[in-house]
Write a protein that binds this ligand. Structure first.
Ligand code: TRP
Length: 362
């Protein structure tokens, strides 16, 4: 079976280094590996509206930000179809039919949805659209017959829910949909990159993000004030590596070639960590190293972003062409779905014949 990727992001803000480590970098590698027959990258504006329905302007503005971030990390519209979810009405149609295959209590048990409901104080009155977004996500994935969904581990419940819908659909109607698999980041640190304040996750509302579009000065400032080990006060003090955000970032980004270039007295990260734990290695030295590494990683991304920013119209053209292409694909699947469900009344001539005969015979 050919391998097909679908994944995406909600356009609720610019993408940051957490998105990059956790997913974007991998997507570009997968794209360039040549192993996938088709790759679909979706800007999930309709899903973003399920908890931002009062603020469509925010969603609209961030569509272009996310598109610029995609293009600047190296997603290439010649190899990957970049598109906007709301422009594919087939996805909404699929969602409606899939709703019959999922119970409300199953949706309420989805751990990611549960956490989000709590975070948004939705407990008392959950918008139906929000509760159902895992169903729409199943439509996103199955519309493209995706085999592979590269995501962070917070999305595992969505993939599980999708697989359940696929099995139910195929059992009740006919073998039509493909069961997808999640593809998680390989590196533990990449999967769980903390905010610059050491909190579990980068989040816009906490103000602890390094954005892909930040200037070199902004990046440096954020790195130099990053959370380390609060008990590591003097350089001579032994320091803690666990829970130290600078080390988590180094785990995610530092390769031996970086040490060769910037701190050749250490052969690998383990030696650097051991020195820190022994005492005698200052935070400033570490942060300077991290700054050099991150700047090096972000520099080409920033340069590409600048180029695309000069021609926003061309970015819209890319999204428009991608959306047309995605729509063709989703329409094919929707046809198959309707056929399996026997609701393709007007293109089933044998059905017409049979019914005509039935009435003539009476
Ligand atoms: N839920 C994802 C997020 O919050 C976005 C998304 C929507 C998605 N549909 C998808 C991801 C389908 C993977 C596959 O970022």
């Amino acid at each position: 079976m050919s391998k097909i990727i679908l994944t995406g992001d909600r356009p609720t803000g610019r993408l940051h280094v957490g998105h990059y480590a956790g997913s974007l970098k991998r997507r570009v590698e997968l794209q360039n590996s040549g192993e996938y027959e088709k790759i679909f990258i979706m800007i999930a504006d309709a899903q973003a509206l399920t908890d931002n329905f009062e603020n469509p302007e925010k969603v609209r503005q961030n569509i272009i930000e996310v598109a610029l971030d995609y293009l600047s990390v190296g997603l290439d519209p010649k190899m990957s179809t970049l598109f906007i979810q709301s422009q594919i009405p087939e996805l909404t149609e699929l969602s409606f039919y899939y709703m019959n295959l999922v119970t409300v209590s199953r949706l309420q048990r989805n751990p990611t949805v549960k956490a989000e409901i709590q975070m948004r104080n939705f407990e008392a009155s959950i918008p139906a659209g929000f509760l159902c977004y895992p169903i729409s996500q199943a439509a996103d994935i199955t519309a493209f017959k995706a085999t592979t969904v590269p995501v962070g581990d917070d999305q595992l419940p969505m993939i599980e829910q999708t697989r359940e819908i696929v099995r139910r659909f195929n059992t009740i109607y006919a073998e039509t949909l493909v069961e997808p698999e999640a593809l998680l980041p390989e590196n533990e640190a990449c999967m769980r990159l903390p905010g610059t304040d050491g909190k579990a996750k980068m989040s816009k509302s906490l103000g602890n993000c390094i954005y892909l579009a930040d200037t070199p000065e902004e990046v440096q400032k954020k790195i130099m004030s990053m959370y380390t080990d609060p008990l590591h006060v003097r350089v001579e003090d032994p320091g803690r590596v666990d829970g130290n955000a600078v080390f988590t970032y180094l785990d995610a980004f530092c390769r031996e070639e970086h040490l060769e270039r910037y701190l050749p007295e250490y052969r690998n990260l383990e030696e650097l960590k051991a020195h820190y734990q022994r005492g005698g290695l200052g935070d400033v030295k570490l942060k300077k190293l991290l700054n050099k590494i991150i700047q090096e990683e972000l520099e080409p991304i920033r340069a590409r972003r600048k180029e695309y920013e000069k021609d926003i119209a061309s970015v819209y053209d890319i999204l428009k062409a991608g959306s047309l292409r995605a729509r063709e694909e989703a329409a094919k699947t929707l046809d198959e779905v309707k056929k399996a469900m026997k609701i393709n009344y007007f293109d089933d001539l044998t059905l017409l014949e049979k019914q005509s005969q039935m009435y003539h015979n009476n």
